[in-house]
Design a protein around this ligand. Structure first.
Ligand SMILES: Cc1ncc(COP(=O)(O)O)c(C=O)c1O
Length: 424
């Protein structure tokens, strides 16, 4: 371990030297006001040190490499006709290849989504869908309702349009409705939309209860505040019995609210495809199409051809069922190891699916100090303040179980426990 620390220190000094040079250059360059304040965070700097080959990373939110359906992808690629290969290498329509739009629409419809009364757009990851929606709705200084904690990618997208983030804290069953009402009342201007993530929240790991979703609908009905419903983890449940209560607001199709539903192939097939989607009301669709046209014209055709075949040939549900089992094993190993080795003062909601555990640290224990100690010991996690829209609250760490096997979880989690014990 000593070697990791000294290698990292050296890297750190080089890194700071490089950064200083870059900042000097930045100061001479007239960037736009929307990016001038963007800075690499302290956490990102710390993370860049955590690259030693034997580091155990509980930091990422990506699928396990060894879980990708390599044989099926090989078969699909090898089976393509010349015509299909030409389509795969060509630009496609901005809203998506018609074949994928059709197969994806069927798949989403089977899950109960109102595909026929809405419009579907294939996007370059669901982060692009969120970004396009943000661009569609936000002027500088506009307010947006977000959960705290919240998915950092969405927060960064909203910040890049100079949004004012109004935070609503999360409880174990979803956002705090009384605080949502209070925030709405206190807002100096009406928020342009509400962004939330209903199932296996990143980072909080929770599922929204039906009660909270219904209360959200009541609060937002006829308020001209659209909802962006970011749903990338719903398929990765551990318990079949949870499925009915995981119903999406989009599926409920409430009157008086524009619900913009976003989803992705990233966690259920492969993020390298860079394919996601949005299902939005017709009134919002056209603007989004025009915005996407100006960003990247279309999402990768080759990925769309592969994803389309993966659905059409009937692989997707079987594959998801397989990985669901593996993530369940990893999630259970995570819960068991945390219960065995963490001090009682560390608390967490047991995950019921998805990729993450969200640990509340003992009183007074700072997540950045925990991260530093963990890195010294060869393990990486993510600090709570990364997900705090205000960038302050740092009394949690996010520990992922998606990209580490059971044995590594059992080996790595006690290291985090030791780091915390040394700090309290
Ligand atoms: C909650 C949530 N939404 C959206 C995304 C974006 O995923 P992608 O752009 O790969 O579809 C992620 C990725 O981690 C996520 O955790």
């Amino acid at each position: 371990m000593g070697e990791i620390i000294s290698v990292n220190k050296k890297k750190y000094y080089n890194y700071i030297a490089e950064k200083t040079k870059i900042y000097k250059l930045i100061n001479m360059t007239r960037f736009s006001s929307s990016v001038a304040e963007l800075r690499s965070s302290e956490i990102r700097d710390l993370m860049s040190l955590a690259t030693a080959p034997d580091m155990i990373s509980f930091a990422g939110g990506m699928p396990g490499n060894e879980l990708f359906p390599l044989n099926k992808i090989d078969e699909i690629l090898n089976s393509l006709s010349d015509k299909e290969k030409q389509v795969a290498l060509q630009y496609g329509p901005t809203t998506g290849l018609p074949t994928l739009l059709e197969s994806l629409a069927d798949w989403l419809e089977k899950k109960g989504l109102p595909v026929k009364s809405n419009k579907l757009i294939i996007t370059t990851g669901s982060l692009q869908a969120i970004n396009i929606l943000a661009k569609a709705f936000l002027d500088p200084g506009d307010s947006v309702l977000v959960e705290t904690p919240s998915f950092i990618g969405a927060l960064s997208a909203f910040r890049s349009y100079q949004a004012n983030l109004i935070t609503v804290p999360l409880n174990g069953d979803g956002m705090d409705i009384n605080l949502l009402k209070q925030r709405l009342k206190a807002a100096s201007s009406k928020p342009k939309f509400l962004y939330y993530s209903p199932n296996f929240h990143n980072p909080a790991g929770i599922i929204y209860s039906e009660k909270v979703k219904k209360q959200m609908i009541e609060v937002l009905k006829n308020q001209e505040i659209p909802v962006i419903e970011d749903d990338v983890y719903s398929d990765l449940y551990f318990y079949e019995k949870d499925v009915p209560k995981m119903q999406l607001i989009k599926t409920m199709d409430p009157e008086g609210i524009d619900v913009c539903y976003t989803g992705s192939f990233s966690k259920i097939l492969g993020p390298g495809l860079r394919l996601g989607w949005m299902l939005v009301p017709e009134s919002i669709y056209q603007k989004c199409e025009l915005i996407k046209q100006s960003i990247d014209a279309c999402s990768p055709s080759i990925s769309q051809v592969v994803a389309d075949k993966f659905i059409r040939e009937g692989h997707i549900d079987n594959y998801i069922a397989e990985v669901r089992e593996e993530y369940k094993k990893r999630g259970f190993a995570m819960i068991e190891t945390l219960e065995d080795c963490m001090p009682d003062s560390v608390t967490f909601e047991k995950p019921r699916g998805g990729f993450y555990t969200w640990l509340q640290l003992p009183e007074g224990c700072d997540a950045t100090a925990v991260l530093k100690k963990c890195i010294e010991k060869g393990v990486v996690v993510v600090t709570g303040k990364t997900f705090d829209p205000d960038g302050i609250k740092n009394d949690h760490i996010r520990v992922s179980f998606c990209n580490t096997d059971v044995e590594t979880i059992k080996r790595g989690v006690p290291v985090i426990a030791d780091a915390i014990k040394e700090l309290i």
